[in-house]
Design a protein around this ligand. Sequence first.
Ligand SMILES: Cc1cc2nc3c(=O)[nH]c(=O)nc-3n(C[C@H](O)[C@H](O)[C@H](O)COP(=O)(O)OP(=O)(O)OC[C@H]3O[C@@H](n4cnc5c(N)ncnc54)[C@H](O)[C@@H]3O)c2cc1C
Length: 399
Amino acid sequence: MNCDVLIAGAGMVGLSTAYQILQQYPDIRIIVLEKEAEVAAHQTGHNSGVMHSGIYYKPGSYKAINCIRGYQMLIAFCEQQNIDYNLIGKLIIASDERELPKLNSIYNNGIQNGLTQLSMLEQDAVKRIEPNVTCLKAIYVPQAGIIDYKKVAAKLKQNIESTGSFVYNLKKIKAIREVSDKLIVKCSDESEFETSFFINCAGLQSDRIARMAGLNTDFRIIPFKGNYFKLKEEKKDIVKHLIYPVPDPQFPFLGIHYTRLINGDQTLGPNAVLSLNREGYESASFNSKDTYDILSFPGFWKLIRKHWKMGMGEYLRNYSKSYFAKKASLMTPGITADDLQPGHSGIRAQVVDSHGNMVEDFVCLRKNKMIHVCNAPSPAATAGLSIGKQISEWYSEMK
Ligand SMILES: Cc1cc2nc3c(=O)[nH]c(=O)nc-3n(C[C@H](O)[C@H](O)[C@H](O)COP(=O)(O)OP(=O)(O)OC[C@H]3O[C@@H](n4cnc5c(N)ncnc54)[C@H](O)[C@@H]3O)c2cc1C
């Protein structure tokens, strides 16, 4: 089958990219290939469901630019398509004196990123809006909300297909070869697609697809699992806003937080532990290829040497509900292990470089008639429509 653009992966990034290119070029034919039976089957459908404001990210970075623009685009898309979302607002709280300088720097970062409605709240002001939260100080961020990204993905698919382009499920890409000015993409069911342009939005598998397409990559995706707990009914209303701690500046993860889902459930999580299966959500899930890829990558061992202490803490939280509850009780003293029920899990695709650094910013590689999105961790669900718009601009230049 022939097409103008072929996209690997029907998560927020792949679907947004198809949608944005079609906004600009409504007459071209795009095919999105997805190996699972439904869209949003991995990161997009297993995340916290938060619409991020962009407060944390380094001014001028791809994350900052795309999060803020993506947030606006997401709201506009939801309004147009009747998708529920709720801007419930967020508190980033400092529970310890040592966190105050970092809290101030996050606040200043938010101002530099153009967020105009932030406020720094003292303890008593926090108590007035969140009586069950204990902290020294907090940033109130009104531009943060909740949404169901599976619903956004389903609407994007519907829009893409209404133009005559297609999203094919159960098509696992296994080979890509260049033949004169075309690319031939082969799937594991032996079907072949011929395309003039290829875009890799394969999330947890994107480094493999990049290598399949002949790119030299000196990084690897290291999967980090995050487990959530669901709060029992009686504790569901313990907080009203999204409640986040001050994140550890050494890591790209935001720390365990309270998130209300769009269906009303209250969740607490996620932690971050190494996953030996890129797409295995059960506890102790194991995949030999994924494990080999982790252990044979020198950057992984350098990462471990740097961060083993933090890793141990995360493992403790993973295996002990009471340790997890104890950590959460620093933010909300009323919470105990008995209040926590098992919730969902998600696996983050985190690029680690050959020096053992977790790459913070989004990474897109461009070569010939190909674009490879190789690092699109949080907030790439919020930022998806903006990343898609950026890719559509690159497509215009490169096609
Ligand atoms: C625990 C967790 C919490 C998060 N919380 C938030 C949040 O609250 N807000 C936010 O903005 N972001 C959040 N994120 C980040 C966000 O979910 C991701 O950054 C975003 O969903 C990435 O989208 P994607 O399309 O790149 O990847 P994915 O959603 O993973 O999609 C990639 C798709 O490619 C497909 N694929 C892979 N290989 C192949 C192949 N060979 N052939 C065909 N198809 C293939 C996969 O099946 C998959 O469907 C969170 C992530 C996690 C894991």
